[in-house]
Design a protein around this ligand. Structure first.
Ligand code: ASP
Length: 716
């Protein structure tokens, strides 16, 4: 990684975050902390300085962020390996009933056969710097909470803009490491021409479907290949025929030998979000309010969409990506609920907080400064809990229905884009606007009006009985009889401009007044509801302002109390985690081994979705055609592996690296018990799941004949 000798000065930041004594192997560590982790004693063979070093090209330069997932460059020509579920949206949007790449898989024989992964971006971390002082300097004691949030927001945007101006073509992002306390500016190479190269059929890439999702043992070939492209001069450019494959500074060497039980592994990636530093009151809010709400709401939405797609493949193709991501969150939420209750994490954290409170109260100065800290944090969550039924349903009214979402985003964008760039909500700033519009257009392509109508109507059913909703004139349609409401909604869909794809591109160019003049039923409705959404937005900022300040103080006093500092929660920035290939015991008398094999795929195959296996695989298994990917101990091809690293969503697609820094698998999931990793890591239950490189190579080269990709990866 290179520190840019440009106008913005980058130094390696994040000093003093790690306590001298690290708890077991917990931790998604910022890569700058690598020197403190003593990885050689855990089994690392390469020099830690070859993993990350700010002054030279090293392993982390081969890792990228692919939308919300992670990927690795596995060739000098920008070939990326990530998960099938990470490339899913690209496979789906390129699929038609005639060319069903989801069902049949996709393979580009040459570069010119590769197809655009629309809406995809790739980032590579180039440099970072602690800029907490510059962010916090904008605060003063007189500020109210909303003002505080807005001031920090604006400062972050200013710093991002300045960094982008000083580093042309790069993308800058200020990340909050510790709420209200530590901020780091990251600089990324940003690639917007991404193409699909290879995807196995869903019967391999999604084998086991939602039934097996978040479960071990696992037999899913959850991988695919993409490629990053840039303009002929090497600069970032949107898709164009003349673009050329991006040449990463470094690529990750694939090791076709894989790993064995007990072997050291490490993952580098972009974990999304964890909440290890949040209070017991937050956990109770999750446990009693938000997670049950999500399980119920998403479960119902999935049912509606599955029923709609059952008899019609064209409709199913439109809805499948959304069903998949909702199902992923729904099941994870169920796992988290079960885990929170079973492991009594909130009670344990409450106990720690009682000790902290006693420490605070034992000194009058501390008492004065921090005495009400915990109770003030608790107040925020209890307020959120009280407001949740109304607020969560109102928010979901504009996310459950695509038409409402489109109308809202279009109008919101029109309003926001009247403001100076830095004062806008982030999706509408000049630097983000095109992507926002592009993603809305893609979502619009997947619109199935009949299903959308059902989802919208269901959200109104949920809002109808709530007292706050009854007071909102713009929600009067919720109170209509079923028949009247259904006629009303039908006529809205029949009359709306937003049904027309061609309108959407233009609609994002219009001013609020022009959108009003269109007299579109969805836009009209959103315009009427808009003040209520602004109120929610302000409320959110006010709570964030309070929490930021309070959590900043909480970290300070906890540091004093424990005489230690902490690893920041995951926030979609580059992290490293390490562990070993390891089984576990999820319950009494049950032990689960850490490596699965092709035999397990065959055993699970019923011929019924989601346990269908391509005939070719069944035949090759019968003939024991495992080639060089056979593991002698198993007498079979290994399929998936289990290990005790510390991961979360966003680590999907992360390379599983061996002690020499070679790629031996691709991370894609966690065991059911490990869904609560997001709240607390634990040696006994935290297990992550990856697809074994031997299965990846066997499927790609031997089963589907894409030998050229193996050759490109140096696996001849
Ligand atoms: N399968 C997971 C996801 O995409 C990865 C994880 O959370 O560990 O959310």
């Amino acid at each position: 990684m290179v520190v840019f000798p440009r106008a913005v000065k980058f130094t390696v930041g994040l000093l003093c975050l790690i306590p001298a004594l690290l708890p077991a192997d917990e931790g998604m560590f910022p890569v700058s902390e690598i020197g403190k982790l003593d990885l050689p004693s855990k089994g690392l063979v390469m020099a830690p300085g070859d993993i990350f070093n700010p002054n030279q090209v090293c392993l982390v330069d081969g890792i990228c962020k692919v939308n919300g997932c992670t990927g690795s460059f596995v060739s000098p020509d920008g070939l990326i390996i990530t998960n099938h579920h990470c490339a899913y949206r690209a496979i789906q949007s390129a699929s038609t009933t005639e060319n069903d790449f989801l069902a049949n898989g996709f393979q580009a024989k040459t570069l010119s056969d590769e197809i655009p992964a629309k809406g995809y971006t790739v980032r590579i971390t180039e440099a970072f710097s602690d800029i907490s002082d510059q962010v916090l300097a904008v605060l003063d004691d007189e500020m109210g909470f909303v003002e505080r949030t807005k001031a920090i927001d604006q400062r972050r945007k200013e710093l991002e803009k300045a960094a982008e101006q000083a580093n042309e073509g790069m993308r800058a992002e200020v990340a909050e490491m510790f709420a209200g306390k530590t901020y780091v500016l990251f600089l990324y190479t940003y690639i917007t021409d991404v193409r699909l190269v290879f995807a196995p059929p869903a019967s391999v890439g999604e084998f086991g479907g939602d039934t097996d999702n978040w479960e071990w043992p696992r037999h899913t070939g959850d991988f695919s290949f993409l490629r990053a492209y840039v303009a002929p001069d090497g600069s970032t450019a949107d898709y164009a025929e003349e673009n050329i494959p991006y040449q990463p500074k470094r690529f990750i060497q694939v090791d076709p030998h894989g790993v064995d039980e007990g072997d050291f592994v490490m993952l580098i990636g972009y974990p999304g979000r964890t909440a290890r530093h949040k209070t017991a009151s937050f956990l109770l809010y999750e446990q009693d309010v938000r997670l049950p709400f999500i399980v119920d709401l998403y479960g119902w939405q999935i049912q509606q969409m599955e029923a709609a797609g059952k008899e019609n493949r064209a409709v199913a193709l439109k809805l499948t990506s959304r069903i998949k991501s909702l199902a992923n969150v729904e099941k994870r939420s169920r796992g988290q609920l079960k885990g929170l209750r079973r492991a009594k994490i909130a009670a344990y954290r409450a106990d720690q907080e009682a000790q902290l409170q006693a420490y605070i109260d034992s000194d009058p100065d501390r008492q004065k400064k921090y005495g009400h800290l915990l109770s003030e944090i608790n107040n925020v969550y209890s307020e959120m809990g009280d407001a949740a039924p109304f607020e969560l349903n109102l928010q979901n009214l504009i996310s459950a229905s695509r038409m409402m979402n489109l109308a809202f985003t279009m109008y919101d964008s029109a309003v926001e884009r009247q403001k100076p760039d830095l004062e806008r909500e982030s999706p509408y700033m000049d630097r983000n606007f095109e992507l926002t519009r592009k993603r809305q257009m893609l979502a619009q392509q997947d619109l199935d009006p009949a299903t959308d109508n059902l989802l919208l109507s269901g959200m109104l059913d949920r809002l109808a009985p709530l007292p706050q909703a009854k007071e909102i004139d713009a929600l009067r349609v919720a109170a209509l009889t079923d028949e009247l409401r259904s006629n009303y909604l039908d006529s809205m869909y029949a009359q709306s401009w937003l049904i027309d794809k061609n309108f959407v591109q233009d609609g994002f160019e219009k001013t609020p007044a022009e959108l009003k003049n269109l007299d579109d039923p969805f836009l009209n409705w959103v315009i009427e509801l808009y003040p209520h959404y602004l109120e929610l937005r302000e409320k959110g900022k006010e709570r964030n302002g309070r929490l930021d300040q309070l959590y900043g103080n909480l970290v300070s006093i906890k540091q004093q109390f424990q005489n230690a500092s902490f690893v920041p929660d995951a926030n979609a920035t580059l992290r490293i985690t390490f562990g070993s290939v390891k089984g576990y015991s999820p319950e009494d008398a049950v032990y689960k081994h850490p490596i699965t094999s092709l035999k397990g795929v065959i055993d699970k195959t019923t011929g019924q979705d989601p346990f269908v296996t391509p005939q070719k695989i069944i035949d090759m298994y019968a003939k024991r055609e495992f080639g060089r990917f056979k593991n002698e101990k198993l007498g079979d091809v290994p399929v998936a592996i289990l290990y005790d690293t510390d991961t979360t969503g966003g680590n999907s697609g992360s390379p599983i690296l061996n002690a020499k820094g070679e790629l031996v698998g691709v991370n894609f999931d966690r065991a059911f018990e490990a869904t609560i990793n997001d709240f607390a890591w634990n040696e006994s239950y935290s297990r992550s799941i990856g697809v074994d490189i031997r299965y990846v190579l066997w499927i790609t080269g031997d089963v589907f004949g894409a030998k050229h990709l193996l050759k490109e990866m140096g696996v001849d």
